[in-house]
Design a protein around this ligand. Structure first.
Ligand SMILES: [Zn+2]
Length: 110
């Protein structure tokens, strides 16, 4: 963990934030602007030029996170669909049961 000084380029808001050492991107607590962490000065500056491979790695890890979130969302959707299907099947079963009950009571089925 380390303390870094945030000076947001977008809204000018400044604050100190405790972050993990391996974190490279944080979001401004005031305006949610994405800011990069400079390891040298321990300040945050959106306009810092990172080495190309570092940027690539950051984008890659961000994409991985996005994919993970999408996967989770899909799983949630599938789960909801399963519940819907189950409820549908139960209602169908109850409907058929009711139908036979009515038919039995009215004497159509002996
Ligand atoms: Zn800001």
């Amino acid at each position: 963990m380390k303390f870094i000084y945030l000076n947001c380029k977008k809204c000018g808001g400044d604050t100190s934030i405790k972050v993990d050492n391996n974190i490279k991107i944080i979001y401004c607590p005031y305006c949610k602007e994405k800011c990069l962490i400079d390891d040298e000065t321990r300040t945050i500056n959106k306009n810092i030029h990172y080495r190309k491979e570092d940027v690539a790695r950051m984008i890659e890890s961000e994409n991985k996170l996005k994919i993970k979130q999408m996967e989770l969302a899909n799983k949630d959707k599938e789960h909801k669909n399963e519940i819907k299907k189950t409820i549908g099947a139960v209602f169908l079963f109850l409907f058929i049961l009711l139908l036979f009950l009515i038919l039995g009571l009215t004497g159509i089925i002996d």
